[in-house]
Design a binder for this molecule. Structure first.
Ligand SMILES: NC(=O)c1ccc[n+]([C@@H]2O[C@H](COP(=O)([O-])OP(=O)(O)OC[C@H]3O[C@@H](n4cnc5c(N)ncnc54)[C@H](O)[C@@H]3O)[C@@H](O)[C@H]2O)c1
Length: 393
């Protein structure tokens, strides 16, 4: 049995997700990591093991190019910050590695297209870490929609309440546009992608409104101290919190309207200072409506197929809590990626769709920062669309 050797670029933080791919008995071995920094403060606070403690036989280097230069390595996970994705993904594909790239694909549309074109030219395999396509609640709503039970979907809404926004996105690199473009990519790329997937299309025109309304008023840390993105429910109300980034220029609430290519329309609203946390989607079709109540763990999918009160849906699906991080999606997405690399398995996540989510996010941020004018999404070359639609065969 061949053993696939794996490198992890961005060894801590989200890199811990990649650690799940280490399955020596199944022929997958993490042999190298790259990280220019020490373990993030939040990992240390949570008492997590370091990469070297978890993988004593692996090598940890500072420069990711050493991982790519290692001819023994077949697969790399790129779990570094968003602003690294374009450069590292292009280099990894050029080096002939199969790539698992975390979302968002890149922080510009040009960056996404450069990654896609490199994958197309080199034929190195590319997979995007859109783990919400593996969430049980999202899969159940997709099943309801695909069954035709609620007819043709004409409109989709997502209200995204984020109670950990101040902890996760306003204390370190996430708080600056130069690192993320904005939180419609860093966070919203997940939901825009889910809406595209469930509505069977992608955004052609987008309008955005949003502003920085709360966290700019909070107490900052000095630039020479380490940002701490660890989460606590004690961190409330937002205006009483401290330790925020010296530079904050991303919006803390965002609202966007999307015109999809198939004629349907969607809206996504995101707030980073809410006391509670949930992604609440609803899709309304010509014969009914579906909505999730809870997005992970124990949740319900409600379906209305007859006219009547909101309190009495016609169907309720009770989903059992799944084990594992991100609503139980993180294990299945790694399984699907490895199966794709080894056997060419069909994937839920899709590189062109990841690009379309970034496109809607980037252009919505552009719209909200430049007078709220509608923005058109440029189209990809047909040969790229065909290549990725055929699962990179
Ligand atoms: N799919 C998901 O649910 C999910 C969840 C969390 C994070 N993410 C994504 O994972 C990525 C990392 O996020 P994070 O919160 O772990 O960030 P982080 O700041 O903790 O960074 C992750 C790791 O990358 C390292 N790193 C920083 N610069 C690097 C470089 N130039 N080269 C190699 N490594 C570098 C950091 O030291 C850290 O160990 C982001 O793109 C984020 O969007 C995805």
């Amino acid at each position: 049995m061949k053993t696939y050797k794996i490198g992890v670029i961005g060894a801590h933080g989200r890199g811990r997700h990649a650690w799940q791919a280490h399955r020596v008995d199944k022929g997958f071995e993490i042999v190298m990591g790259a990280d220019p920094f020490d373990m993030p403060l939040r990992d240390r606070e949570y008492g997590h093991k370091s990469f070297c403690e978890e993988f004593p036989n692996a090598t940890l280097v500072k420069d990711y190019r050493e991982v790519l230069a290692n001819k023994d390595i077949d697969i790399v996970f790129i779990t570094s910050p968003d602003y690294c994705h374009e450069e590292q993904a292009v280099a990894a594909l050029e080096a002939g590695k199969a790539v698992y790239l975390e979302k968002p694909m890149a922080i510009t549309l040009e960056g996404c297209d450069r990654i896609l074109r490199t994958a197309y030219r080199t034929k190195s395999k590319l997979f995007l870490g859109h783990n919400m396509r593996y969430f049980p609640s999202v899969l159940k709503m997709k099943e309801v929609i695909d069954s035709g039970m609620i007819g043709e979907i004409q409109c989709g809404w997502c209200r995204h309440f984020i109670n950990y926004g101040g902890d996760a996105y306003f204390r370190d690199w996430h708080s600056e546009q130069k690192n993320t473009c904005g939180l419609l990519l860093q966070k919203g790329a997940h939901d825009i992608d889910v809406m595209h997937w469930l509505m069977g299309s992608s955004t052609r025109r987008v309008v955005g409104m949003g502003m920085l309304s709360v966290y700019d008023k909070c107490a900052r840390r000095s630039a020479d101290t380490e940002g701490n993105a660890s989460w606590s429910n004690e961190h409330y109300p937002p205006l009483e919190q401290t330790g925020f980034s010296p530079v904050i220029d991303v919006e803390d609430h965002n609202m966007i309207l999307m015109q999809l290519a198939n004629g349907a329309q969607a809206t996504y609203m995101q707030c980073h200072y809410s006391p509670d946390a949930e992604r609440n989607y609803t899709f309304i079709g010509t014969k009914g409506r579906v909505e999730n109540i809870g997005d992970s763990g124990k949740c319900e999918i409600h379906v209305w197929t007859a006219r009547g009160p909101r309190e009495t849906p016609d169907l309720v699906y009770h989903l059992k809590p799944a084990t594992g991080s991100h609503g139980g999606a993180d294990g299945p997405i790694v399984d699907n990626f490895l199966d794709f690399v080894v056997n060419g398995a069909k994937t839920n996540a899709n590189p062109v769709a990841a690009r379309d989510a970034v496109a809607a996010g980037v252009l919505a941020h552009y719209s909200m920062r430049k007078g709220n004018m509608p923005q058109e999404v440029p189209q990809l070359e047909p040969e790229l669309l065909e290549y990725f639609a055929n699962n990179q065969q």
